[in-house]
Ligand binder design. Structure first.
Ligand SMILES: C[S@@+](CC[C@H](N)C(=O)[O-])C[C@H]1O[C@@H](n2cnc3c(N)ncnc32)[C@H](O)[C@@H]1O
Length: 454
């Protein structure tokens, strides 16, 4: 089966979309762009700016490890010298030990990120065009790992049941899971259907490095730090992460950005987007066009998850009915919807977890539509630096409040009281007495609360 399929046959350049890529010594190359794409632990690294993205994920990995080292120090310091009870001291000490052990385990898992030399040219400011979103850290989806490979049988079964129902007995053929996270659903689809191949895609290297090893049959131990531990013992839980059995041939991993999916047009019979569409900052209609381009004629898009679009513009926070309209306009038949009530991230060690009303759909590709524009993460006035920086309303407001904030902060010297600072504002006629008192107290509240948070 795998003899007929070659991953190389479906890969395309994330910069110019041209296929095929060349492959030699574990690297992929686009001759048109004259660029090499490395592999990380055997997983193709197909980002449009491969060196810049590798640098960025490495620095996010370093940041994670430094944060854990800091946390370890603070926990130990409070356990030693803090005004805490015996049980709290025990908990803090155990938490500190687990944090250090966890950091060592993460460092070992992330080692492949460091092995690849940064030989490709570093693409200066153009890399900002395809830059990673700053709110996606290496550990953003750490809970998914434990759900997928430790305690999440009920949740994983519910997800797979949605896909099985959507397939209605048909074979998924060549399957792509976009934004696959820790990979459980992709593994289940591959092991429990007759999928010809399953390509597991995500842009987070930690998730795919881990998923690749687990699905190959390794058992890995990592800590879960539950949000709301049920007992003192469940503050840091060392979990064994493993698949029931090593995956059969035909499960392939690809690290890339969903905004520039590095796959040739019409490569897949099924595209799955579990819990992804509202995470991407792009417009939903653009994603529909990208999924259309990935599918062969008659191919199937199976989606499920949240519809809680976190976009600033309320016009883009779509409901089920608006999604149906946009999907149909994007070259698909009218989608078939399902509604499922299922638990979401309900760790047995935590009191925190939710029950979700999950919307799913299957939409069959009916026709090609015009290609989605190439994604730009940031506008050219940032990337190229030649056009004037626009005075957006929010910039204007930020400038005014930053000046005020900076002035108030400059007056905090460990001697002046809140009333002294208000009096200075009064004298200088910056604001009325009442306005100054409200603004200064408000800022001090925020600063104080931030100082008390981790
Ligand atoms: C809510 S999680 C869902 C993970 C998985 N599909 C599941 O159901 O458990 C969203 C996933 O999308 C990935 N993701 C977010 N933005 C992405 C992007 N631009 N390109 C590729 N993956 C992305 C994240 O790394 C994360 O694994």
């Amino acid at each position: 089966m795998d003899g007929r399929f070659s991953l190389l046959g479906v890969l395309a350049c994330p910069r110019c979309d041209r296929a095929p890529l060349e492959e030699a010594e574990g690297r992929h190359r686009c001759d048109a762009c004259q660029i090499d794409f490395p592999s990380i632990d055997g997983i193709p690294w197909l980002f449009a700016e491969p060196a810049a993205t590798l640098r960025e994920w490495r620095s996010r990995a370093d940041f994670t490890l430094q944060t854990l080292a800091d946390e370890h120090r603070q926990l130990l310091a409070t356990a030693k010298t803090g005004d805490v009870g015996d049980l709290t001291r025990q908990r803090l000490t155990a938490h500190a030990d687990a944090t250090r052990d966890h950091a060592d385990r993460l460092a070992a898992l992330l080692a492949p990120l460091k092995l690849e030399p940064l030989t490709a040219r570093f693409e200066s400011n153009l890399a900002f065009r395809t830059r990673l979103p700053s709110d996606q850290g290496l550990m953003t989806y750490a809970y998914n790992i434990h759900r997928d490979w430790s305690w999440g049988k009920e949740e994983n079964e519910a997800s797979f049941a949605i896909v099985r129902e959507a397939l209605a007995g048909a074979s998924p053929g060549k399957t792509l899971v976009l934004g696959a996270g820790a990979g459980r659903l992709a593994y289940d689809v591959h092991m429990r259907t007759d999928a010809e191949v399953t390509v597991v895609h995500d842009f987070n290297p930690f998730l795919l490095l881990l998923a690749r090893r687990i699905t190959a049959g390794e058992s890995i131990e990592l800590y879960e730090f539950p949000i709301a531990p049920k007992s003192i013992r469940e503050h840091a839980v060392l979990r064994k992460l493993a698949a029931e059995q090593p995956c059969r041939d035909g499960l392939h991993y690809v690290l890339a950005d969903a905004h520039r999916p590095p796959f040739a047009k019409g490569s897949f019979d099924t595209v799955l987007t579990p819990w992804l569409i509202d995470i991407l900052p792009e417009r939903f209609g653009t994603l529909c066009k990208r999924v259309n381009a990935l599918l062969a004629d008659g191919g199937r898009w199976i989606n499920f998850g949240s519809l809680s679009f976190h976009l600033g513009d309320p016009a883009l926070r779509y409901t089920k009915e608006e999604c149906a309209e946009i999907i149909a306009e994007s070259g698909f038949d009218a989608p078939l919807f399902t509604e499922t009530s299922m638990p979401y991230l309900c760790s047995p060690a935590s009191r925190h977890g939710r029950q979700e009303q999950v919307l799913g759909w299957t939409a069959v590709k009916q026709r090609d539509v015009p290609k989605a524009p190439r994604h730009k993460a940031l506008p050219d006035w940032i990337v190229l630096g030649k056009d004037p920086v626009p005075l957006l309303d929010s910039f204007h407001m930020a400038a005014a409040s930053t000046r005020l904030r900076a002035y108030i902060l400059s007056l905090i010297d460990g001697r002046r009281s809140l009333n002294d600072i208000v009096a200075l504002f009064d004298q200088q006629k910056i604001m009325t007495h009442e306005e100054a008192e409200n603004a200064i107290r408000g800022l001090l509240v925020k600063l104080y609360e931030a100082s008390q948070r981790r």
